[in-house]
Design a protein around this ligand. Structure first.
Ligand SMILES: [Zn+2]
Length: 864
C-alpha cells in the first residue's frame, strides 16, 4: 500500500542543465518485446554540475565513453536516473538498451497499437526509450535509423526528412531520418507498420515544396481527406495571419487508435488519436469534422509556438499550449463563424476551467509546483492560458499584439523560453509595463467583477463603479487585483450605440486594474438612459455580477448588438429561472421568459448555428458552480422542466424545421453544419417533450437520418425515453456500426452520458469495452462522470462507485488516463451532504488502494 503524497517539483528550483548535447544518433532495431536502442550523443560541458540522465524501465546492455566501456562502478542507476561521476568536458557517450514496447500499456514512450509501433514522449516518455536528459531545455539535432521486419513494418517514420533506406538480410529493412532543427526529446517520434496513406503537397510562401502524408489503417485512406484539407488550410492560415511558413520538406500525420491525448505535435511527424483524423460523411458528425480541423490546426501551429520556440521547463507549459489554443481558436473563427466559435469556446471554458478554478484542484496558469507533470495538462493551462492571450490582445490592441508576436518569433526562435521572455516582447511592442498583467499567470481562481450603475438624469451622466475580487484557492488565500480588460458599449435600445466622449464607434475598453474603479460617462444633454453592454465578446475570463432583474436582462438582451452577450443574457435568465424552479418545485416555468427565449431562437433562424446555441440551457456542471451545497439531481430535474416548456413553446417550429430536408449531398462546410446544428437542436427539444409521440417521431427520424450528426442526435434524445423505440434504436445503431470503433465509442458515450449508474456499469462490462483503449474507457467513464452529473453524483453513491472501480482498473494499465478520470471528483466538496459523504468515502478508499503516482497526486489534492 502506498499512501504518500508525491514529492513536488518547484519552479524556484530550476537550474540549467550543465551540458549541451549538440547532436544525437538513435539506432532502433524494432522487435515487439525486445527493441534495441543504441544511442550516441556528443556531449559538451557548459557549466559545473553532475552528468545525470533520465531512464525508466530500460535494460542497459552496454555503456561507453569515447569508445571505452564503463565498469559498473563508474556509474550509478537509482530512482530512474543514471549518474556518471567523472566525465570529461567534451565526450561521446554511447548506450545500448533493450525495451519492451508490447508491455507498455501506459502509452508513454514507445508502444504498440494495433500491431504497429508508435511513440508518445511528451512530457516524459523519452526516458522510457533511452537514457537522456529528458527535459525540454536540452535541445539536440536528432539522426534516427530504424530497422525492422519488412513485411510486417513496410513503413518506417521519424522526425525530419528521409535519408538512406534499403533492404537488410533476414527479411529486414532500414530507413534513416534527419531532423536539422534542434529539438527537445519530448518532440521525438517514431512510427512503424503497414498503413494506407493519403498524400498531397503544399508550396509555402517561400516557394518551398512540402510533401504531405496522412497515414491511417489499411483501407481507410479516403477517410483522411478532411484531415489533409485541414492541414493545408492550417499551413496557409499561419502564413497569412502570422507570417510563419513550414520549414521541412516533409510533414506527416499518423493516426493511432490507442492514444492518451488528442494529438501530438512531434516535429514533422504529428501523431494523432484516430478520432481526430478519420472522418467520412456517413460516420462522422459535424462536431467531428470541426474538431479535426481545429486539432490538425493546433498541432500544426505548434511547429512555431512549441517546436521552434519551446518551453524552458514544464512550468511554462502554457507558453506553448495557451498560445497555441488561442491560435487554433482564431483559425476556427476565421474559417467558420467568429461569434459562434467564441460562444463554444466560452461554454468549454465555463464548464471545465471555471469548475477546476472553483475546486480543490485549482492552480495558476503557470503553477509554482507540481506533483506529477502528466496532471498539468489541464483546462487551466490550455483554456485559461488561451483566454489570457486573448485578454492581452484587448489590453494592448491588435497592432501591438501582432508586432509583439513577430518580436517573439525573431528573438526567441531556436530557444527554450519562459513567460517572462514572451511578455518582454509585448512590452517592447506596446511600450506598456505588463508586470501586473503577469499576475494572471500566478494567481488561481476566476475573478468576479461587480458592476454598479448610477444614472444622473439632470447631468446626463452615467457612473459605473466596477470592482473585482478573486476567491481564495488552495494555498492562495489572498489575491491582488489583476488588469481586466472589459470591452464596453452603450446601447440605445433600438439596435444602435450611444456616442460617448472618447468612445470610438460607441465602444471602449475599460481596464479594471484596481480593486475598485469608477468610470464616469457624460452623454449629450437630454439623452435617455443608455443600456450598458460589458465584457463584450467575453473579452476577459471573469464572472460578471450585475444588479439586473429579469425585466432588465430581457430588455438588455433585446438591445444587445454583441452576439456573445445576447446568448449570455439568455444563459443568465435561464440559470436564474432554473434556480427558482429548484426552490419552488410546484411552480411552473415563467411563460413570459419561455416565450422570449423561443422568440430569440426564431429571430436568429437566419444564422442557424447561432440559433442552435440559443436552445442550449446551462448544463448541470455549470449550474452547480453557483449553488452550494449543490444538488445535481434537483438541478437536473429543474432544468428539464424549463427545457420541456421551452420545447412546447417551439413545437410548431420544431415540426417546420424538421420537415425540411437535410442538406444534400453532405458537405462538412460551416454553412451546412449550421443548418444541421439547428436541426439537431430541434431533435434535442423533441426529446425534451418526453412524450410517447416524441419517442416515435425521434425513432422515425432516426430511421431516415442521412448523416451521423442527426442519427446520433436522435439516439441521444431517445436514451432517456424508455421503451421499444429506444431499445430498437440502440440495437440498430450497434448492428450497423459494430466494425467502426470510433462510432461505437459514440454509442457507448451517448448511453453513459444519459443513463444511470447501472447503465454505466453494464456498459463497462460490455464485451466491446476495452480497458486498454483510452477512447473506449473515456466513452463510458468520462461521458458518465463529466457530462451526466445528476447520475454520477446521485445521493446513493452508486455513480461514484462505478467510476472508482473503472479508475482502479485503468490505473493498473494507464496511470495518466486514471488520473484524468479522477478529476471528475474535483467538485465533490460542493455537493449536498449525502453525495458529498459518498464521494469522500470513495476518494478515501482510492487513497488506500495503492494507486499510481499520477492518480495519488489527484486523490491527495482532492482530499486536501
Ligand atoms: Zn498543444
Amino acid at each position: 500500500m502506498r499512501t504518500e503524497t508525491p514529492v513536488s517539483v518547484k519552479l524556484e528550483d530550476y537550474t540549467p542543465y550543465p551540458f549541451e548535447i549538440d547532436s544525437v544518433s538513435l539506432d532502433f532495431s524494432l522487435e515487439l518485446e525486445a527493441t534495441r536502442v543504441r544511442t550516441k550523443m556528443s556531449v559538451r560541458r557548459v557549466r559545473p554540475g553532475e552528468f545525470v540522465l533520465d531512464g525508466e524501465g530500460l535494460t542497459l546492455n552496454d555503456i561507453s565513453i569515447d569508445g571505452t566501456p564503463l565498469q559498473v562502478s563508474d556509474y550509478k542507476i537509482a530512482d530512474s536516473k543514471l549518474t556518471i561521476a567523472d566525465v570529461p568536458d567534451t565526450f561521446t557517450l554511447e548506450t545500448d538498451v533493450t525495451i519492451n514496447p508490447k508491455a507498455n500499456t501506459a502509452l508513454s514512450g514507445l508502444y504498440v497499437s494495433a500491431g504497429r509501433f508508435c511513440s508518445q514522449c511528451e512530457a516524459t516518455g523519452f526516458r522510457r526509450i533511452t537514457y537522456w536528459p529528458d527535459r525540454p531545455d536540452v535541445m539536440s539535432r536528432f539522426h534516427v535509423r530504424i530497422d525492422a521486419d519488412k513485411a510486417t513494418y513496410p513503413i518506417l517514420l521519424s522526425n525530419g526528412t528521409p535519408g538512406k533506406a534499403g533492404d537488410l538480410p533476414g527479411g529486414r529493412h532500414f530507413a534513416e531520418w534527419d531532423d536539422p532543427h534542434p529539438k527537445p526529446s519530448y518532440l521525438f517520434a517514431l512510427c512503424a507498420g503497414d498503413y494506407d496513406v493519403w498524400r498531397d503537397s503544399f508550396t509555402t510562401m517561400n516557394g518551398d515544396h512540402v510533401d504531405l502524408g496522412v497515414y491511417v489503417d489499411k483501407g481507410q485512406a479516403d477517410r483522411a481527406e478532411w484531415a489533409m484539407e485541414s492541414l493545408k488550410a492550417s499551413m496557409k492560415w499561419d502564413e497569412e495571419r502570422f507570417g510563419r511558413a513550414y520549414d521541412l520538406g516533409v510533414f506527416n500525420i499518423v493516426a493511432v487508435r490507442d492514444f492518451n491525448f488528442g494529438a501530438m505535435e512531434n516535429k514533422g511527424l504529428n501523431i494523432f488519436n484516430s478520432a481526430y483524423v478519420l472522418a467520412s460523411p456517413d460516420s462522422a458528425t459535424d462536431a467531428d469534422f470541426e474538431a479535426i480541423e481545429s486539432i490538425v490546426g493546433h498541432e500544426y501551429f505548434h511547429n512555431w509556438t512549441g517546436n521552434r520556440i519551446t518551453c524552458r521547463d514544464w512550468f511554462q507549459l502554457c507558453l506553448k499550449e495557451g498560445l497555441t489554443v488561442f491560435r487554433d481558436q482564431e483559425f476556427s473563427s476565421d474559417l467558420r463563424s467568429r461569434p459562434v466559435q467564441r460562444i463554444k469556446d466560452v461554454m468549454r471554458l465555463r464548464a471545465r476551467q471555471f469548475a477546476e478554478d472553483g475546486g480543490p484542484l485549482a492552480h495558476p496558469v503557470r503553477p509554482q509546483a507540481y506533483g506529477s507533470i502528466d496532471n498539468l495538462y489541464t483546462a487551466t493551462v490550455y483554456e485559461k492560458g488561451a483566454e489570457l492571450i486573448r485578454a492581452l490582445t484587448v489590453l494592448i490592441g491588435d497592432d501591438a499584439f501582432n508586432k509583439g508576436m513577430q518580436i517573439y518569433f525573431d528573438e526567441y526562435d531556436g530557444t527554450a523560453s519562459t513567460i517572462e521572455d514572451f511578455y518582454s516582447c509585448f512590452e517592447k511592442a506596446s511600450g506598456q509595463d505588463l508586470s501586473q498583467f503577469r499576475l494572471w499567470y500566478a494567481q488561481a481562481g476566476t475573478p468576479e467583477v461587480t458592476v454598479v450603475e448610477e444614472w444622473d438624469e439632470a447631468k446626463s451622466e452615467l457612473t459605473l463603479t466596477l470592482s473585482q475580487k478573486t476567491p481564495p484557492t488552495p494555498k492562495q488565500d489572498t489575491k491582488k487585483p489583476v488588469p481586466i480588460p472589459l470591452r464596453a458599449s452603450l446601447l440605445d435600445g433600438k439596435g444602435g450605440h450611444v456616442e460617448a466622449g472618447g468612445w470610438q464607434d460607441g465602444e471602449t475598453v475599460i481596464v479594471l486594474d484596481e480593486a475598485e474603479k469608477t468610470v464616469k460617462v457624460n452623454l449629450a444633454k437630454g439623452s435617455a438612459r443608455p443600456l450598458l453592454s460589458i465584457n463584450r465578446e467575453f473579452s476577459a475570463p471573469v464572472r460578471v455580477r450585475r444588479d439586473l432583474d429579469k425585466a432588465g436582462l430581457l430588455k438588455l438582451a433585446a438591445a444587445e448588438t454583441d452576439p456573445f452577450n445576447i446568448w449570455d443574457c439568455f444563459q443568465s435568465l435561464a440559470k436564474t429561472e432554473i434556480f427558482r424552479l429548484l426552490d419552488e418545485p410546484q411552480s411552473p416555468p415563467d411563460d413570459a421568459l419561455v416565450s422570449a427565449m423561443a422568440d430569440a431562437v426564431r429571430l436568429n433562424e437566419s444564422d442557424p448555428a447561432f440559433a442552435a446555441l440559443l436552445t442550449v440551457l446551462p448544463d448541470v456542471g455549470e449550474l452547480f458552480q453557483d449553488r452550494e451545497p449543490a444538488d445535481p439531481a434537483g438541478l437536473d430535474s429543474a432544468r428539464k422542466r424549463l427545457r420541456k416548456a421551452f420545447a412546447e413553446a417551439l413545437a410548431g417550429d420544431i415540426t417546420r424545421i424538421l420537415e425540411q430536408p437535410s442538406p444534400t449531398p453532405f458537405k462538412p462546410s460551416a454553412e451546412q453544419a449550421g443548418t444541421r446544428a439547428l436541426r439537431g437542436a430541434m431533435i434535442g427539444l423533441t426529446g425534451a417533450l418526453g412524450t410517447p409521440e416524441a419517442a416515435s417521431q425521434l425513432k422515425s427520424h432516426f430511421d431516415s437520418a442521412s448523416n451521423m450528426t442527426e442519427s446520433l442526435a436522435c439516439l441521444r434524445s431517445l436514451i432517456p425515453l424508455p421503451g421499444k423505440a429506444r431499445d430498437e434504436a440502440i440495437e440498430t445503431f450497434y448492428a450497423r456500426w459494430k466494425d467502426n470503433p470510433l462510432v461505437i465509442d459514440k454509442w457507448f458515450a451517448v448511453q453513459a452520458g444519459q443513463g444511470t449508474a447501472e447503465d454505466a456499469r453494464r456498459l463497462s462490462e460490455h464485451p466491446d469495452f476495452d480497458m486498454s483503449n483510452p477512447n473506449r474507457v473515456r466513452s463510458v467513464a468520462a461521458a458518465f462522470s463529466m457530462t451526466n452529473l445528476a447520475a454520477f453524483h446521485a445521493p446513493d453513491g452508486k455513480g461514484h462507485e462505478v467510476i472508482a472501480d473503472i479508475i482502479q482498473r485503468a490505473d493498473k494499465l494507464n496511470p495518466a488516463l486514471a488520473a484524468r478520470l479522477l478529476t471528475s471528483f474535483e467538485q465533490w466538496k460542493k455537493l449536498e451532504p449525502k453525495a458529498r459523504a459518498s464521494a469522500k468515502t470513495v476518494l478515501e478508499r482510492l487513497q488506500e488502494a495503492g494507486l499510481s503516482k499520477n492518480a495519488m497526486d489527484i486523490v491527495s489534492r482532492a482530499l486536501d
